[in-house]
Design a binder for this molecule. Structure first.
Ligand code: FES
Length: 163
């Protein structure tokens, strides 16, 4: 029985809860740290956190689904965030997003079938004068065209395949 319980235990999540003294008040911070640990919040991590903080799984799922920052699925290897706010819309961000969806065959908010590319919409990256703006793996770019977007992503794919 102990072996089964240990298999269901997420050691990283258990350690994170321990650092916060298993306090339910620290739930949001614990969830952020657990997400950083794995890149997403899997069932095993959520089960461990619920048990450590002595709160119900329903409560924890409610919190996770309320905040958009929490991710329940593993992230794509490369994440493209395209700005869809007004200033970028005025200079072609919708066409750029449609091109990206077509190119990587995933809707915005989804991940390509090979798990390599995730497409996300954001609403202003603070780069309005240089729209359309995009963020690729955390790096900000301006005046993005479909061709430039493809080239930037291809560069990253090449690099990650060489690593
Ligand atoms: S509207 Fe796109 S960066 Fe501000």
């Amino acid at each position: 029985m102990t072996a089964l319980i240990n298999k269901l235990e997420h050691e990283g999540a258990r350690a994170i809860c321990g650092r916060h003294n298993n306090k339910p008040d620290a739930l949001l911070e614990i969830l952020h740290e657990a997400q950083e640990f794995d890149g997403y919040l899997g069932d095993q991590a959520l089960r461990t956190i619920a048990e450590a903080l002595n709160i119900s799984r329903a409560e924890i799922h409610g919190v996770v689904s309320f905040y958009h920052d929490y991710r329940r699925e593993p992230p794509a290897r490369h994440v493209i965030k395209l700005c869809r706010a007004e200033a970028c819309q005025a200079v072609g961000s919708e066409a750029l997003a449609a091109h990206a969806e077509e190119k990587w065959k995933t809707p915005t908010g989804g991940i390509s079938a090979d798990q390599k590319i995730g497409l996300e919409a954001v609403y202003c990256l603070g780069n309005c004068a240089l729209g359309p703006a995009a963020m690729i793996d955390g790096e900000l770019y301006g005046r993005i065209t479909p061709g430039r977007l493809e080239a930037l992503v291809a560069e990253r794919l090449d690099k990650s395949e060489r690593e």
